[in-house]
Design a protein around this ligand. Structure first.
Ligand SMILES: Cc1cc2nc3c(=O)[nH]c(=O)nc-3n(C[C@H](O)[C@H](O)[C@H](O)COP(=O)(O)OP(=O)(O)OC[C@H]3O[C@@H](n4cnc5c(N)ncnc54)[C@H](O)[C@@H]3O)c2cc1C
Length: 253
């Protein structure tokens, strides 16, 4: 059984308005963390349920996560000052599986890019990375991803920076001439749907990280159940326990 831990917030940065980059101290979580896993965070006194936030990076006794302020929970979390303590349960969930893939490709959108950073690092800086954002003002972590990837393409939906249009289209064009062995993805549902369809249409293995509202985070309450197809049968799986990362062929989007 995972224990909760009081973790000291040692670095806090608002990287763009409404998006906070937190580094906490925890030897245990730092050692155990795998890319694609998440932390279940007690945001403060006002919010009863914990909120799931992906591990962006981990090592040397610290863990980094980045979140957008969406509602009451993330608002409370963003108010915690440097030096304050955060109650964290984790690392939780089934993350990305790294095998001996040739030419791995990573594609992320919006706040879905955060768990992909540790993945890009763990892939040894060899993955080609595609990151999409709404517009130029929402582009984050560009230089950091460039430092841990082969090629890194940034796109914006409105064309205000980088590739003009949905990032899944940029990836689709790229893989026509540059075959890849696996696609890893995290982002908004329409993007994941496009990525799944492109990967499966091209016969490429694909791992998708899903976001679902969660309750307990440890597989007990079933709040985050999602419909999947497993061994030819419709089946409900728990995003917190069986996921958040699934083989695209299992997921119904
Ligand atoms: C496995 C996992 C990993 C995540 N990782 C990150 C991360 O790294 N960074 C980050 O910014 N966010 C991440 N999220 C989303 C984050 O958990 C939600 O934004 C947060 O729980 C909202 O809580 P709140 O109290 O601020 O907002 P609420 O008041 O609970 O909700 C505010 C708004 O956000 C929407 N919302 C709530 N939960 C989710 C959710 N799970 N997915 C999509 N929309 C939601 C609600 O529908 C509502 O419109 C992740 C979610 C999951 C399931």
């Amino acid at each position: 059984m995972k224990k909760t831990e009081q973790c000291k917030l040692i670095k806090k940065t608002e990287i763009i308005p409404g998006i906070f980059d937190f580094v906490i101290e925890s030897d245990e979580i730092s050692k155990a963390a795998q890319c694609g896993q998440f932390l279940h965070i007690k945001c403060g006194d006002k919010t009863f349920l914990r909120r799931p936030i992906s591990i962006c990076d981990a090592g040397d006794g610290t863990v980094r996560f980045i979140f957008e302020v969406k509602g009451e929970g993330t608002e409370e979390l963003s108010d915690i000052p440097e030096g304050g303590y955060i109650n964290i349960l984790g690392p939780l969930g089934h993350g990305f599986e790294i095998k001996d893939y040739k030419n791995p490709l990573i594609i992320g959108g919006g706040i879905g890019v955060f768990p992909l950073y540790k993945l890009a690092k763990d892939l040894g800086g060899e993955a080609n990375v595609f990151l999409g954002f709404r517009d130029k003002s929402r582009v984050v972590m560009e230089d950091e991803f460039k430092a841990v990837s082969g090629m890194c393409v940034i796109g914006t939906d409105d064309g205000s920076y980088g590739y003009n249009g949905y990032i899944a289209s940029a990836m689709e064009n790229y893989i026509k001439d540059n075959p890849c062995g696996v696609i890893f993805s995290c982002g908004p549902a329409p993007m994941l749907k496009a990525v799944k369809s492109i990967a499966e249409g091209s016969g490429i293995e694909c791992q998708l990280s899903l976001e679902q509202r969660m309750g307990c985070g440890i597989g007990a309450c079933l709040v985050c159940s999602c419909e999947t197809i497993f061994e030819g049968m419709n089946r409900y799986m728990r995003v917190c326990k069986n996921g958040p990362v699934f083989d695209s062929r299992v997921v119904k989007l």
